[in-house]
Design a protein. Sequence first.
Length: 465
Amino acid sequence: MKKTDSAFIDDSAIEQVLAAAGKSDGQRVREILAKARLMKGLEAEDMAALASISDPELLGELFNTAKAVKEQIYGKRLVLFAPLYISNMCGNECLYCAFRARNKLVERVALTQEQIAREVRILVEQGHKRILLVAGESYPNEGFNYILKSIATIYATTSGPGEIRRVNVNIAPLSVEEFRQLHDAKIGTYQLFQETYHRQTYRKVHVGGKKVDYDWRVTAMDRALEAGINDVGIGVLFGLCDWRFEILALMQHIRHLEAVHGVGPHTISVPRLEPATGSDMATHPPKPVSDIDFRKIVAILRLAVPYTGIIMSTRETPNMRRETFALGVSQISAGSRTNPGGYTESQDHPDAAQFSLGDHRPLDEVIRDVAELGYIPSFCTGCYRLGRTGKDFMDLAKPGLIKEHCDPNAISTFAEYLIDYASPKTRAMGEAMITKALAQMEPTPRGRAEKLLAAVRSGKRDAYC
Ligand code: SAM
Ligand code: SF4
């Protein structure tokens, strides 16, 4: 395969499957759901059939199956992270994004290393352990080295007992050599969304800059994996093109990665287009995705790729986030700011974030909410720290064994949070939740959890299995 050969996304094969799918009857849907419960994934035809469900009873069955599969693989934990926008300078013209080069309504900022350290300290002091670094595609003064220096700054910044233990990265596609440098900088996941897999739509919405090259973008994960980055995260920006097309194309991408590299994506992200300053397209998405279809997307992806984490950002409202936890979401951002310097600014002007859309509750409140819903908030970075990445992770995730690590690590990192950072109200309800969660666990993970918990209570930090 050439380094930029995108033939694995086969538009006409997808169109054919969608055209043949028609409306699914109850018997066919139930057969597919029974197959999904085996946790071996689904074929494109199965996904198209589930996408066509409109009967409320069948929808309920789809959602219940997704919930069962999610709990089987991931247990009760929900991993939390914070995005860190370091720069909004960008040479591209993505018509849906406020950071696009010709948008004069946004002030351009590339944080200095000191400013990045200040942002990180604020996140650490809130209790965060995982950061997703985000940047536009233009590094004017220092080139790609700016990203490498920023990652080093994040890892080096500490405050009290806290530090950032895993830096994931969402930046423009790189060459193999640059990906090697990113790998050497010890990133966790390299994340990149194709935005739309539909070539014609892609051309219409990306009208300037390097990002116009569909092939260079869709082959980025091949180069990342070749460079030794084991965990890659893919995604679609829903609202640009028909979501049914997008999820089948996403599946072709996954099958390609599995076939060529022996490993699928570590995570899938499901952003929906949100209003953005200076973008008509963001306010009026060409193919809007309704709330009910959005839930279907999460449920179908959970069944189609059971071993892959699904990430939900604060673009969505607290209600939508709550509903999708049950359907398959396993990681969420919390307390997010999406402008460079936003954490520092919101401390200086506490009201500044109030006008934003989606979920802008502080971390402590999100944690309480998550725990009240019966999920264990987790800051775990155990797999990454033990080198349990790529295929090693998948080998545990596929048979549902990863939760024997996830649940104990969730309990120990949640306890760390409660002791070091939580408000009295969250601490009280969190401690009660830990007691309840332990009582419900199987003996092996419970034994592990109790050991880790004892270590955390006696003052140890960063305890994992
Ligand atoms: N510049 C890099 C790129 O485009 O890949 C990475 C940073 S970019 C800010 C991260 C993601 O933000 C994009 O991949 C896109 O999916 C998402 N995004 C851009 N505009 C958006 C909007 N109006 N609503 C929701 N997500 C948006
Ligand atoms: Fe730049 Fe990324 Fe926004 Fe496109 S989506 S304008 S590449 S920051």
